[in-house]
Design a protein around this ligand. Structure first.
Ligand code: PLP
Length: 365
């Protein structure tokens, strides 16, 4: 194939989902599979569902519509806070959304009543990571108003950690979430069914048996997709880290000095790159670049190959240490981290090839 492409191994995704769901189930935690790093790829969502996740969540309505249009039949959760300007579409598209703003909840309430539906919400609490959520101190007054809105059913509380501020879930912040749950239940004399406290950063805590019992729901993306927990990015035992592989073709293969020749200024991206003096090296230009990947997040499968840098359309790799060398037209394969995967899945220039049982179901062309 002339294009760079990602090969997606659905069996590995299903296997990873099953490993994650089995562990969480043992600890009383229900798992919603998160597809956002794959732009809501329908085959990926279906593999997650085969692996046992109870529902699918994504941060973008476009991705959820893609899944629905492809016939993936499940319960959908919107992860990113709904926009005030889009409440009708949110109510029409998903069963559940995560929320932290009263004007938006009021809008969702109006939309739900107009559409004669009940829209379910999880109220997000900020436990210190400083992305979305109500500050704990403000939660009771928020809930007092939220619980009065028609057309809305508050399923429970949620929290998202390790995304913006890098705060990891621990016994303290999880206990705070449970305390807040009790406080809301006692103040308003109701029962909250869902306490959605965890994402892929929670696995060490789950494994250690240190998640408080009331936490009963997790929204899991990376641990299923790339087989890693995200507090320390450790491979998760019993999962595969290579469900996704990037393939790209060598366009130029030459021996060149290891440092640029001439007076130097900024590169195309405003940086002044530094290069070690290593003598003449064999360098390959590959047909994938910053437009398609996060250069710091790709690792050649052949560990003797080293990424030197990239421009928008080229990845430059040093292949000097590959015995026998490589040639123009050869294909190189790369493992991807979350950031590189997200960008590659989003790039229209990178084709997506889907495999199940060793058979190519879709070549992405
Ligand atoms: C992306 C996201 C998740 C999934 O996070 P992973 O680290 O991939 O498991 C969960 N919850 C929210 C709100 C998200 O935005």
């Amino acid at each position: 194939m002339a294009f760079p492409y990602i090969s997606i191994d659905l069996d590995k995704i299903e296997h990873n989902a099953r490993a994650v769901v089995d562990l969480c189930t043992q600890h009383g935690i229900e798992v919603t599979g998160v597809t956002k790093a794959t732009c809501g790829h329908p085959d990926v969502a279906t593999a997650m569902l085969r692996g046992g996740v109870s529902s699918i969540a994504d941060s973008r309505l476009e991705n959820i519509h893609r899944l629905q249009d492809a016939g993936v039949n499940t319960r959908y959760m919107l992860l990113r806070l709904p926009p005030l300007s889009g409440v009708d579409e949110v109510v029409a598209s998903v069963a559940v959304s995560l929320n932290s703003e009263l004007p938006v909840l009021a809008g969702l309430s109006q939309a739900a009543m107009r559409q004669r539906r009940v829209h379910e919400v999880i109220v997000m609490v900020d436990l210190g990571d400083l992305r979305e959520g109500i500050w704990p101190h403000d939660l009771v007054s928020f809930m007092r108003k939220a619980l009065k809105l028609g057309g809305i059913r508050v399923l429970g509380l949620g929290a998202n950690l390790a995304c913006f501020g890098g705060v990891v879930p621990d016994k303290d912040n999880m206990s705070l979430l449970v305390e807040l749950t009790h406080k809301i239940e006692n103040t308003f004399e109701l029962k909250l069914g869902c306490v959605s406290g965890l994402n892929s950063s929670g696995f060490e805590l789950i494994m250690a048996g240190r998640v408080p019992k009331r936490i009963n729901h997790a929204r899991i993306g990376e641990a299923i997709i790339l087989g890693r927990e995200t507090a320390h990015r450790k491979p998760w035992p019993g999962t595969d880290q290579d469900a996704f592989t990037l393939h790209a073709e060598i366009l130029e293969m030459k021996a060149k000095p290891s440092r640029p020749v001439g007076t130097r200024s900024e590169d195309a991206f405003g940086h002044v790159p530094q290069f070690r003096e290593r003598g003449v090296r064999n360098r390959a230009l590959v047909n994938v670049g910053r437009e398609d990947i996060d250069v710091n997040g790709v690792a050649p499968l052949d560990s003797r190959i080293e990424v030197v840098g990239a421009s928008s359309g080229y990845l430059v790799v040093d292949v000097t240490d590959v015995p026998g060398g490589v040639d123009v037209g050869d294909e190189l394969a790369f493992n991807l981290n979350y950031s590189a995967l997200l960008r590659a899945m989003t790039s229209a220039y990178v084709k997506k090839q889907v495999f199940r049982g060793g058979v190519c179901l879709d070549d992405g062309l």
